[in-house]
Ligand binder design. Structure first.
Ligand SMILES: Nc1ncnc2c1ncn2[C@@H]1O[C@H](COP(=O)(O)OP(=O)(O)O)[C@@H](O)[C@H]1O
Ligand SMILES: [Mg+2]
Length: 208
C-alpha cells in the first residue's frame, strides 16, 4: 500500500506522516517512510541542488526535470521493490507536488507535466493521498512561529502559494477516490484520527 501526504509548507505533512508511521509500526506493520525530493543517495544529491538558495539561476524546466529525476530514481530504486514486498510506503510529498508547484504555481504546461510525471512514476501512484489544507496566511504564521529558514522553493511569493493551494483543491476534485482533503487548522491529534480511520479501513486484515 502506498500513501502520500501533500500540502503547502507548514500544513503538517511531516507531523502527520510520522504519526501514521508510528501507529502502523505499533501494529507491527512493515513501513517505509520517504521524503521527496530525496529518499535515495542520488535523489538526496538532487534535493540539495533543488533547495540550495544559491541556485537562483535554475530555470523552471530544469526544476521540473530535477524533481522528476529525483522521483524516477526513488520509484525505481525504493518504492517499487518495497510495494512488491508488501511494505506500506508513506511519502512526504509525491507527484502531485510537481503538478501543483511546477504546473499551477510556475505555470508550466499541464499536458507536458502530465507526460513527465507518468514517465517519472512509471505509473506507480499512491492509493490514498492526504491533502492537508491550510491558508497561505496560516503558512506564514507557522513559519514565523518556528523562526524557520526558507529554502529556494519556499522563497516564492504569496500568489505562487495561493495558486499551489488552489491547484491541490482542483486535483482533489478531479480524483475524489484518491484524495482525502483535511482541514489543517484542526488539532494535530484530530487530524491524525481522520487519517488513521481512513488507513485502518484500507489495511488487509490478515496480518493486522
Ligand atoms: N494541526 C496543527 N495545528 C497547529 N500546528 C501544527 C499542526 N500540524 C503541524 N503543526 C506545526 O506546524 C509546523 C509545520 O508542521 P510540519 O509537519 O513540519 O509541516 P510540513 O511538513 O507540511 O511543512 C510545525 O511547527 C508543527 O508543529
Ligand atoms: Mg515537512
Amino acid at each position: 500500500m502506498f500513501i502520500s501526504f501533500e500540502g503547502i509548507d507548514g500544513s503538517g505533512k511531516s507531523t502527520q506522516a510520522k504519526l501514521l508511521v508510528k501507529k502502523l509500526e505499533e501494529g507491527n506493520r512493515n513501513v517505509l517512510f520517504l521524503r521527496e525530493p530525496g529518499g535515495t543517495e542520488i535523489s538526496e544529491q538532487i534535493r540539495n541542488i533543488l533547495l540550495n538558495k544559491k541556485n537562483l539561476k535554475m530555470t523552471q524546466i530544469a526544476e521540473l526535470l530535477l524533481f522528476s529525476a529525483s522521483r524516477a530514481q526513488l520509484v525505481s530504486e525504493v518504492i517499487k521493490p518495497a510495494l512488491l514486498n508488501n511494505i506500506v510506503v508513506i511519502t512526504d510529498r509525491f507527484v502531485d507536488s510537481t503538478t501543483v508547484y511546477q504546473g499551477h504555481g510556475r505555470g508550466l504546461h499541464h499536458g507536458g507535466i502530465k507526460g513527465i510525471n507518468s514517465i517519472a512514476t512509471m505509473g506507480v501512484m499512491p492509493k490514498k493521498t492526504f491533502f492537508i489544507d491550510i491558508t497561505v496566511q496560516e503558512m506564514y504564521a507557522r513559519r514565523q512561529a518556528n523562526h524557520q529558514e526558507t529554502d529556494r522553493m519556499e522563497m516564492s511569493n504569496d500568489e505562487f502559494f495561493e495558486r499551489v493551494r488552489q491547484g491541490y483543491l482542483e486535483l482533489a476534485k478531479e480524483e475524489p477516490g484518491r484524495f482525502v482533503v483535511i482541514d489543517g487548522k484542526q488539532p494535530i491529534e484530530a487530524i491524525h484520527e481522520i487519517i488513521w480511520k481512513e488507513v485502518d479501513g484500507m489495511l488487509p486484515t490478515h496480518s493486522k
